[in-house]
Design a binder for this molecule. Sequence first.
Ligand SMILES: Nc1ncnc2c1ncn2[C@@H]1O[C@H](COP(=O)(O)OP(=O)(O)OP(=O)(O)O)[C@@H](O)[C@H]1O
Ligand SMILES: [Mg+2]
Length: 590
Amino acid sequence: MSNEKEIGKAFDFGLFKRVFEFTKPYRLIFYGVAFSAILLSAFAIFTPFIVKEIINSALPSNSLNQLVTLIWLMAAVLFGQVFFQLFFNYYANLLGESVIKDIRIRLFEKMMSFKMTYFDKSSIGVLVTRAVADMQRIGEIFSQGFFVIVADVLKMISGAIAMIYFSWKLALIVFAVLPVILIATRLFQQAMKVAFIEVRAQVANLNSFVQERIAGMKIVQLFNREEIEKEKFRTINEKHQNAWLKTVWYNSIFFPVAEISYSLGIGLVVYFGVIQNIDAMQENNIGTIVAFFFLMDLLFRPLRQIADKFNTLQMGMVAANRVFKILDTESHISDEGQLEKTNIKGGIKFADVRFGYVKDEEVLHGVSFEVKAGETVAIVGATGAGKSTIINLLNRFYEINSGHIFIDNIDIREYTLRSLRSHIAVVLQNVFLFADTIANNISLKAPSVTLEDIEAAAKQIGVHEFISSLPGGYHYNVKERGTMLSSGQRQLISFLRAYVSNPSILVLDEATSSVDTYSEQLIQQATDKITAGRTSIIIAHRLATIKKADKILVMDAGKVVEMGTHKALLKKGGYYSDLYEAQFLAEEVA
Ligand SMILES: Nc1ncnc2c1ncn2[C@@H]1O[C@H](COP(=O)(O)OP(=O)(O)OP(=O)(O)O)[C@@H](O)[C@H]1O
Ligand SMILES: [Mg+2]
């Protein structure tokens, strides 16, 4: 993805229109801002006229009355300018913030609808950037880009017209200086665009570097990588510094050039207007000349900044283009099923299911098995055999390539996604906890689950004591990703989460990490409790769980190789009995 190319495309009218369509709900604000932009340029033009009147008419005629009137008028104009500038700034920002609020909510909604394949392929950092930094850029289209340009252009046009009105000859002389500043502006804008892209790339580098090192700080410290990481960080910082200094450099060249051309204009006006008196103006032309200086400021000042504004506009458009790309992505699991069931029995059947996460790379090669309602099935097998994959398919995180999955003899595609997932509770291999209280992590803020429910459930599966022992009990905040808890404790919390949702089907992907004997006991006890009376699929690593299962499914390399009870499989002397000897025998003897 080349930034240059993106920018080339960024200025198409369709994109512009699409961004502005988001202002529709805020039409009143939109017109208010546009109107105040017009008024601002009108007010700006008043001042030179009043100044001219003061110098050319009020002062020479010694008329105090006229002078006072003009000064009051000047004050009124000033007041109007201040008022409308304030109005303009506030509402342009309000418009920008309102638009990005809407786009951001829509973006988040869209992200929540994406299927897992999308997230497998996307970088978290990039998606976060779209939702935060890019949004800010889009907002700047309104607060610092578009309307400011409109207001500036209006000021420049009315300034130019006023100049021609005062003296077209002097006006032409001033216009003759314009190409200098226009060319300088253009060059500046192009250079800044490239420099900004570099700055942004380096900021992204800094972000992801720091983010990753903080997340992986344990590895950095364990393996004594501090020196190496420091050096790497220094290099990135130097790149960032250089990129930033480049923009400073361009600024330091451009602004003096702009200043010089402005002064050049003033010099020329004084020379031709006063010394040469080319317009053959009357004696008291000094007011006109002073008014000219004001008007020139009106013309040159916006010109100096317009390059910046255009960059802001352009960067906003680039950001909008990226965000719209996500909004236009169609990547959700088809939800065409109609069936809404409040109750299911929980019989599960896989019939010749074939599936691969990536095209042409099949992971499950025709998996078939059946779990009767209320049964507990343990799935065992080597790492990478496809055990977790089965869970991913059961709740339709991914679409299968061929075959069927049935629940209560109905293909799962016939249920609505909502209904399907409401009957299945999953305890994932890697427990995820939100940075929130234990209670909220268990109920996931479901309004139907009260603290009493949670406590009762915790008592039933035997984890109430452990939670009560934490500071604050159920209100204990587990912080980012639950780092304040041990992995066994996290597992217990996620058990409780599954338990309170009271599903007909429970799926449990046991963590491979071993926990201490006490937690082990707690987990075993909790497992027994939560599987009782419902269909359960347990991807099991603990012998105790496996032995209690009604049926064991042995998987190897994407296939079910054996099926049966612990005893029957041992007797058979196949894959399972080998596995048992290698892994569990020692455990059992001990
Ligand atoms: N999101 C994914 N994208 C692509 N390939 C994946 C993805 N998840 C798993 N795989 C691949 O699918 C295969 C089966 O993975 P799976 O997670 O089902 O194994 P598992 O039996 O649960 O292993 P473990 O016991 O280590 O948890 C592996 O080869 C893995 O590389
Ligand atoms: Mg797994």
